[in-house]
Design a protein around this ligand. Structure first.
Ligand code: 6GU
Length: 225
């Protein structure tokens, strides 16, 4: 899988993509992540990529030209399954969307910044727009890092058996059960007896009960992936 990220702030994205499982996935050749600096597609010597909004109002809007030219340059090199605009007014990101994207060969992520992106980018370039939740970030870069992390770990061969995504909380629409490791007693706080019992069917039953109870109380019982 190849993921291209278009941004005016490439530095904001570099380090999260170069650690841990994301680093290993790239080293193993399972995924290629390429960051593109929109300023390289600016037309003036100040490398301007934003401008004031037509009709007035606060903040700066990302200009269409650098984004169109970067997307077109990439599109001439390979065909993209998705061109995703990252914006708080997009479709909510979820495990279902992550699963879907993990099956694609070439995905482009366009990071919105400042107050917004010229709407013609969405109209003419984007196949969909995605938000990571109902709160406002200063830009799409951290959202891109979240989406890349959630998607890349689902790409076949990225996780090893002990890390397997199959047993993830959310893959079946339920939250995870509580987890413990040694010591069995710490500062008077005990690991539930059932987990020390060695009775695998009872442990499985307990975990499943915990998952239902947690999903009901924290997701009002209507979470579904
Ligand atoms: Cl994708 N972008 C911005 N700027 N804010 C967000 C978001 C995206 N998702 C949630 N908040």
């Amino acid at each position: 899988m190849r993921i291209d990220i278009l941004t005016g702030l490439p530095k904001l994205l570099e380090s999260p993509l170069q650690e841990s499982i994301l680093r290993r996935a790239q080293e193993k050749g399972k995924v290629e992540i390429v960051i593109h600096d929109l300023r390289e597609f600016a037309h003036d010597k100040h490398k301007t990529i934003d401008d004031t909004p037509y009709g007035g109002g606060a903040g700066m809007i990302l200009k269409p030209e650098p984004i169109f030219e970067c997307v077109e340059s990439l599109g001439s090199q390979r065909s993209y399954d998705e061109v995703i605009l990252l914006t708080p007014d997009g479709e909510p990101f979820s495990q279902r969307v992550a699963n879907e994207l993990s099956l694609k060969a070439n995905v482009m992520l366009i990071c919105g910044h400042y107050k917004g992106v010229d709407e013609r980018v969405r109209e003419a370039l984007a196949t969909r727009s995605v938000s990571i939740g109902d709160y406002v970030l200063t830009g799409g870069e951290l959202a891109a890092a979240v989406i890349v992390d959630a998607v890349v770990r689902l790409v076949p061969g990225v996780l090893n058996d002990t890390e397997s995504a199959l047993s993830d909380s959310f893959q079946d629409g339920l939250l995870g059960a509580p987890q413990y490791t040694r010591p069995a007693e710490y500062r008077g706080l005990n690991v539930p007896d059932v987990l020390l019992s060695g009775n695998h069917s009872e442990i499985e039953e307990w975990r499943q009960q915990q998952r239902f109870a947690r999903t009901k109380s924290r997701r009002k019982g209507n979470y579904s992936s």
